[in-house]
Design a binder for this molecule. Structure first.
Ligand code: FAD
Length: 505
């Protein structure tokens, strides 16, 4: 049997980013994917029992990182014909009394609409949005080395990660750190006076599925909220998330790579012979397949990797737009449906205690806001999920409907059909989300930094064996950075390739 250069287990955005990077360096690459279709957490598929003409984003739907991540900036999705359309409202937070917090892409407009809190919002996000490149590079770095933390800035500006790069990253990094300390701790309530501003930022922090305030929540909120006011906004890919995946697969195939679907890897025997294997999987799956190749204490540390609380997904078919009380809410890429800051804190705390919240945190996205072509035959898809405890078997359709109905009376009347995937069933569709942990690892501050273990190299776990999924730095999201960092290390260590492959179309 021919010896391949590299095998990648899993075809999520990180697996494909690794495969593309390796193939671009001239390596022979094969990707093995368990599911019948390619793309992991970025698949867009029909759900025949719901609607014959529509397609649904099974996992990710909204993509600030598809234009901002250093990997995707180098890969250039727009240059490959992938439309990344950001509505002029990135996210919104409806409140009970007919008010709402609205995050426009335009920072000045957001500040104006926030009234009393306008200056405080501008003061927090003005500098972060202006320095989004450095902030993103730091957040998307390998969390271990100066070089790994600056490479993102380099690929966007064509400079090497030199002292100049370091100097330009220091001030934004310190500013981000100061904001993190403020928003991740007890002082988070001091900045804003109005519920609109407090709830608006808390809705973004809640993406981390963790008790609030917390550093993991604050890090998520500050990065995503800054990107809302930056160049590309909160983008929705035309046609769905799959457009990103299709562009990656095309590039991989054009450089000799192969993707095989329906190929679940159970054990090392299922792998074709190769010089390197990169796992776009959880540490648990990695250990099942390659555990006897990983030495202690690394193996023990990987075994202690913790999964977090969960999401239960609901896909709706609607006969028309959601009748939000505040009409601007319907123009947002994402609506955070959780009510006030205090309500969201209670909801996340309840989930952290292993219980279902009465008023759960719900995220909603209507892709037709940016991509009207997603509506067909008078109906449109609606993407939603609710935070629930890990492993919850509960069908959350009614809970999600109730939450939306609170802020959009008459929502039930536009619902034509729905399907729930409870958290407990999420891993049937993607084994990287055990118990419904869509972040592929608990979002504790420890695991945000020491992900997946505290070792100096978070990617290489044994000779020729790498982990490259969202369970490695920088963590969850469709950014391809775990795959890119891991592939760069594999190129250096297994193939002595020191130059960064050119990823441009
Ligand atoms: C409901 C939901 C909503 C989300 N919303 C967003 C969003 O709006 N924006 C955003 O940026 N992110 C979002 N995310 C997160 C994002 O989808 C993930 O963080 C991202 O896809 C992780 O990429 P990955 O390549 O590490 O893993 P995945 O995309 O999860 O891919 C892993 C792949 O590996 C395959 N695999 C696993 N084990 C094996 C095996 N043994 N053999 C063969 N194949 C295997 C899986 O089938 C899967 O295809 C969401 C996730 C979910 C579930």
């Amino acid at each position: 049997m021919t010896l391949l250069d590299a095998v990648v287990v899993g075809s999520g955005p990180n697996g494909l980013a690794a495969a593309v990077t390796l193939a671009r360096a001239g390596m022979g690459v094969r990707v093995l994917e368990a599911q019948p279709t390619v793309g992991g957490g970025a698949r867009t598929r029909p759900i025949p029992e719901l609607a014959s003409d529509l397609v649904f984003d099974l996992c990710s739907a909204v993509h600030p990182m598809a234009w901002a991540s250093p990997f995707f900036r180098a890969f250039d999705l727009p240059g490959r014909g992938v439309g990344l359309v950001a509505p002029d409202i990135a996210y919104a937070q409806p409140l009970d009394d007919g008010r709402a917090g609205i995050a426009f892409r335009d920072l000045a407009l957001t500040a104006d609409r926030l009234g009393h809190d306008g200056d405080a919002w501008r003061e927090l996000f003005g500098p972060l949005a202006a320095d989004w490149r450095q902030i993103t590079a730091l957040a998307m770095g390998d969390k271990r080395t100066v070089r790994g933390m600056l490479e993102g800035a380099r690929s966007s500006r064509g400079q090497s990660p030199t002292a100049g790069g370091l100097a330009s990253a220091v001030r934004p990094g310190l500013r981000f750190g100061a904001a993190l300390l403020e928003q991740g701790g007890p002082r988070w309530d001091r900045r804003f006076l109005t519920e609109e501003a407090k709830a608006l930022l808390t809705g973004v922090a809640a993406h981390a599925i963790t008790p609030l305030p917390s550093f993991a929540g604050a890090g998520t909120a500050l990065l995503l909220a800054a990107l809302a006011h930056a160049e590309g906004g909160w983008a929705i890919p035309v046609g769905g998330s799959q457009a990103i995946i299709n562009a990656m697969v095309s590039d991989l195939e054009a450089h000799g790579g192969v993707v095989e679907v329906g190929r679940r890897v159970e054990s090392w025997r299922d792998l074709p012979p190769s010089r390197a294997v990169l796992f776009d999987t959880t540490p648990r799956t990695l250990l099942r397949i390659a555990g006897d190749r990983i030495r202690s204490p690394r193996r023990g540390a990987l075994n202690r990797f913790r999964h977090g609380n969960a999401a239960a997904k609901v896909d709706f078919v609607l006969s028309g737009p959601i009748p939000w009380k505040v009409t601007d809410v319907g123009r947002a890429a994402t609506v955070h449906v959780g009510g006030t800051r205090a309500e969201m804190v209670v909801a996340e705390d309840t989930v952290a205690h292993g219980l279902h919240a009465d008023k759960p945190m719900v995220l909603v996205s209507d892709p037709t806001v940016a991509d009207p072509g997603r509506a067909r035959g008078g109906v449109r898809p609606l993407w939603a999920y609710a935070h629930v405890p890990a492993g919850s078997p509960q069908d959350v359709t009614e809970a999600v409907t109730r939450q939306i109905e609170r802020f959009a009376p008459g929502f039930r009347d536009v619902v034509v059909g729905s399907r729930c995937i409870p958290a407990a069933q999420m891993d049937r569709h993607n084994e990287n989300y055990p118990g419904g942990d869509i972040s592929a690892g608990a979002a504790t501050m420890w695991q945000m930094v020491a992900r997946p273990t505290l070792s100096p190299d978070p990617y290489q776990v044994a000779e020729g064996v790498y982990l490259c999924s969202a369970s490695t730095p920088p963590g969850p999201g469709v950014h391809g950075m775990g795959g890119w960092h891991a592939a760069r290390r594999a190129l250096l260590r297994e193939f002595d390739v020191r130059t960064v492959p050119d990823l441009r179309p």
